[in-house]
Write a protein that binds this ligand. Sequence first.
Ligand SMILES: Nc1nc2c(ncn2[C@@H]2O[C@H](COP(=O)(O)OP(=O)(O)OP(=O)(O)O)[C@@H](O)[C@H]2O)c(=O)[nH]1
Ligand SMILES: [Mg+2]
Length: 1126
Amino acid sequence: MGPHSLEKMVQLQRNPANVRNICVLAHVDHGKTTLADCLISSNGIISSRLAGKLRYMDSREDEQIRGITMKSSAISLHYAQGGEEYLINLIDSPGHVDFSSEVSTAVRICDGCIIVVDAVEGVCPQTQAVLRQAWLENIRPVLVINKTDRLIVELKLTPQEAYSHLKNILEQINALTGTLFTSKVLEERAERESEAPGAPGADRAEQVYDWSAGLEDADDSHLYFSPDQGNVVFASAIDGWGFGIEHFAQIYSQKIGIKKEVLLKTLWGDYYINMKAKKIMKVDQAKGKKPLFVQLILENIWSLYDAVLKKDKEKIDKIVTSLGLKIGAREARHSDPKVQVSAICSQWLPISQAVLAMVCQKLPSPLDITPERVEKLLCSGSQTFDSLPPETQALKAAFMKCGSDETAPVIIFVSKMFAVDTKALPQNRPRPLTQEEIVQRREQARQRHAERLAAAQDPAPAGPTADGSTPETSPDGEEPKGGEPQVGSVTPMPAPREESSQETNQETFVAFARVFSGVARRGKKIFVLGPKYSPVEFLQRVPSGFSTPLDELPAVPHMACCTLEHLYLLMGRELQDLEEVPPGNVLGIGGLQDFVLKSATLCSVPSCPPFIPLGFEATPIVRVAIEPKHPSEMPQLIRGMKLLNQADPCVQILIQETGEHVLVTAGEIHLQRCLDDLRERFAKVEISVSEPIIPFRETITKRPRVDMVNEEIGRQQKVAVIHQARDDHSRVPEGVQVDADGLVTMTTPNKLATLSVRAVPLPEEVTRLLEENNDVIRSMEQLTSSLNEGRSAQLTQRTQERILGFKGKLEQHLTGRKWRDTVDQIWSFGPRKCGPNILVNKSADFRSSVWAGPAGTATQEASRYRDVGNSIVSGFQLATLAGPMCEEPLMGVCFVLERWDQSKFEETGASDSRDPGGEGPGGAASCAPGDGGEGRRGGHPEPGEKRAAQKAEPALADCYGPLSGQMIATMKEACRYALQVKPQRLMAAMYTCDIMATSDVLGRVYAVLSKREGRVLQEEMKEGTDMFIIKAALPVAESFGFADEIRKRTSGLASPQLIFSHWEVIPSDPFWVPTTEEEYLHFGEKADSENQARKYMNAVRRRKGLPVEEKIVEHAEKQRTLSKNK
Ligand SMILES: Nc1nc2c(ncn2[C@@H]2O[C@H](COP(=O)(O)OP(=O)(O)OP(=O)(O)O)[C@@H](O)[C@H]2O)c(=O)[nH]1
Ligand SMILES: [Mg+2]
């Protein structure tokens, strides 16, 4: 640790008013880690010469090699300004999209952030993403425009041009802020108006900072980035300089004699100075006057760079003397102008000074946490803060107070778990010996020496006595030496030693956390709350004011009790032991490994609810199956995967039905990192990795009007045929009746109930709506299920409004005769009750639509339906989870349940209910084999079967099992057949990517894109540069190696970032075979031209071990007759 001792840090931690928890956020490569280096070097932890080269926060080897950050890590810094001392807990975060989940973990435990923007590249996709994340977490941003040196050295702009360029960047980022602000304000205002009409809280006025004040009554100027607000620093982290305009306002107010306040307002903006009159006036373009910013600031920097690059020794000396700097002889003589620039500039305008001063002045301390943020953290999803129990609501005060007295509840949030080498933990590190220990050791050594001398003089008794004493007193410590006679007694030793050496190799997990209230003390017992924990439940079970020790409480679901074993100060690559951590600080906690998987809320009072889950921007989409090279190493691999799962916020680990172990990651680089981690840290075995598993969706489309060669399709197409990926193509299975218009009717195996289902493709906009409103659907579902379970729940006004809005939009898009009343008849969404498919119930007495909520179930009719209805919904869920083409989930399909007839069942059920004792002895025997084929409703059940089918669940079981189970299976199958009679299509996942490339490599970028079936959506030139920004869509299936290929083909000039964007229908029909004369003519009998959809489908089927019909064209003759009616 640097000159600032641990004691100093501990002392600073106790004053939350002077603590700043901040993170550095930006697009990839905009210089976050370099900036962090500069700030760290100001604390003497690394030398200032190495700042920018070391990238201290990138402690992993692969981070150093690739030059990108992959995880967020924290370091505590000391900063003194104006007699005040500050503690800055700085978190460096990754900018690459693959690691955006690490940004979420950082943002949650901060109060403010530094947004870094590259002065040349400007606002990039991830800049927008991180700014949005900051907004969503209610943390306050300041801006650093970095790499300003590139404007001078690379783009060779004049100061005036650079000024316009910088102005432009500020406008862009402010436009972004503006959109975020307006949407948020309007949202919150609507909420507030509906909740508390005309009652603005008195405390709100005093608040230092309030994101959500009403648009018209709030002065929103402080939200925007503007140099005159003091929240912008212009910098070059690599050269170590940076400034806010306050610095220059101070200097020039003395030099020119204009008030500092005036300069602060005019140094940035279109003002110029009339030196003679000492007056500042508006810039009049015609007169060619330069703005103050150009004249007084940029020109000075430009001329310095100019002098150094031209090696104009005289001029350099002049500048250095006039600035009153002292440049070391080594730097002054250095041949590399970069070294000179950075030596001069980092003294003249030290970047750490500018940035840290801005952080301390402009970013809030933990004490300034807003009530909105607290409420938001505590109520998840559809709940309102007011509907929480009073004990929970009372915690808000504790958050706001951030108090460290004994009575304050301890509330800690763990945002991620990270692995460190056990040997690197402070408790295991060799520490310097204290004076007493040295004396003691010297004494021991002297004794040993004396003993050995004595033994040498008197060898006779050596045998028996040496046995016991040698191992302890040997100079090598524990190593027993030269002990042939002891072999017998030593043999058990190697085993435990091996174990312990293995243990020291292991990784230990440390929680990355922040104390929000109360003091975290070592050894303190604390509750660990899982995401599903409900304080309501606890308060019901345990009377308030309980006095039993924490670990003797009755078991409450999703809650555990553990001890805070170790507390650490996070110092980048190092950890320092702490005894206690006061509120408002970031810390590491050891010993939670067995209690916390990825994130958790720790609390000393059980009335605290778990914090809302972290919002992740990236969708994990790249999956691979992995297995050990040597099958015997499977257990190690499984253990390793578990550890990896814990150590990474966003990776998913699954075991598929096929028994494969699957790793789901956010992108290629993330995948690579996960595999490296598995091989080298967590599993330590060799692994083989499958080709990436590409996800698909299955859907159906409208019947085409024309065939593949654009000929009108005749009426013969009208007959519905079931298309299957299996051989028994086009045969209508037994028990299934298919109407010409695609209505599929199926009977349960016991023939007592019948379902008629039709599948209809949803309009594209509706599918999109369903996807966008996934959270709305989910909160509807949550509400229904909690009410059904008898718990009370209440939706926020806003959620209710969103539900209504969502319904309205659906109605808007589902118009026309075909969709009449459909919206009101929606019964469920699927798969998992919130997916992009709909189940519509058109049967006559349907009541319980999703909109009615649980109230619909109140009618008698509905309750009669409820049990069987649930089975039908479950069948629909299963059908949408895995489609018939290649068992991938469905998307954009509406299943319409047109008829649902269980009158037979009710008849038999009713007759049975008169005989409640009936065990149904004939139940099993009555199952007539071979009778299941007819599929007609007319098939009369045997009398024994009749008796078996009755209302009481257990006795319902005839040989086909309970009716509910049969209904699930029948509904599922009916849905699958209903799909198969329609033209089925695969949907591919698409990435969008923004590629920045210079004009000379543009052609090669296009070549790579088109080779991979990419589509250019937009191309524009970045203002003031020779860079083009290309926005393209690329199928995920074709994306592997894309980034690398682009980088190679453009010699590293273009670097794309792939972000999952949407699903797109692949136009070709996977089951297509030529059917018309023209098609035969055009494609030949074998139709062996490439069918992309079939290729993908078969690949998936093969991977899943499903039968693949590959010989399809070998028997073209037979095929022709069979599928004539397609
Ligand atoms: N010219 C110039 N280059 C810089 C400056 N700051 C950083 N760089 C370079 O930009 C590259 C990326 O810097 P990093 O600090 O690793 O960027 P980062 O934002 O941490 O990147 P990720 O963590 O991967 O998102 C490095 O090669 C730096 O040397 C600067 O002020 N001027
Ligand atoms: Mg970095």
